[in-house]
Design a binder for this molecule. Structure first.
Ligand code: GAR
Length: 194
């Protein structure tokens, strides 16, 4: 089995879809949930799905080890970011080259970068009267929201859409695509090694 860790900071609705998708899967297993927020909804979701959790501390995350020994002990091969708000340190990026995937609630490179997450993104999109928005699933590198884009999906932004209406459309796209794109990306990378 290829063991993956989901990193999440908030409600965890994407993490939940990912756990459901891989619940009975022949190749991929969600083996760990990592969060920086002990009060996050993701903790209960992980528990309900029988997935162990790790609550991380910033000083250790930013140190040289950066929980790498913990991840290695649990044989984690891929890291999936699902609403994880801390920047991934170089130590982890170097240990998992091309093996960290993120989802962003906009059509990158627009509306990316530090501070651009969740409702802040939708608010900026509406303020700029964009006619469309969407999701970007991409590999993670050292720069916020910058790595190679794996796929994007679009939705329309109507004149009367408010933040919550747009958030709903984006969330539907995320839930529809993220688990299957993760699956395809991991399986393609495995096939390339054989
Ligand atoms: C998702 O919309 C995800 O795209 C976004 O956080 C939300 C997490 O929701 N990520 C970012 O904004 C990253 N810059 P969830 O906790 O319900 O899965």
């Amino acid at each position: 089995m290829i063991r993956i860790a989901i990193f999440a900071s908030g409600a965890g609705t994407n993490a939940e879809k990912i756990m459901q998708h891989f619940k009975v899967h022949p190749v991929v297993q969600v083996a760990l949930v990592v969060t920086n927020n002990a009060g996050a909804g993701i903790i209960k979701i992980a528990r309900d799905n029988g997935v162990p959790t790790l609550v991380i501390e910033k000083n250790i995350f930013l140190s040289k080890d950066s929980y790498l020994n913990f991840l290695a002990d649990r044989q984690i091969e891929w890291i999936i970011l699902a609403g994880f708000l801390w920047k991934i340190p170089s130590a982890i990026i170097n240990a998992y080259p091309g093996k960290i995937i993120n989802i962003h609630p906009a059509l990158l490179p627009k509306y990316g970068g530090q501070g651009m997450y969740g409702h802040h993104v939708h608010s900026a999109v509406i303020k700029n009267r964009e006619r469309e928005s969407g999701i970007s699933i991409h590999l993670v590198d050292e720069i916020y929201d910058h790595g190679k884009i794996i796929m994007q999906a679009k939705c329309s932004v109507n004149a009367n859409d408010d933040i919550s209406a747009l958030a709903k459309k984006i969330q539907a796209l995320e839930h529809q695509y993220y688990p299957t794109i993760i699956e395809k990306t991991i399986i393609k990378a495995k096939a390339a090694l054989n």
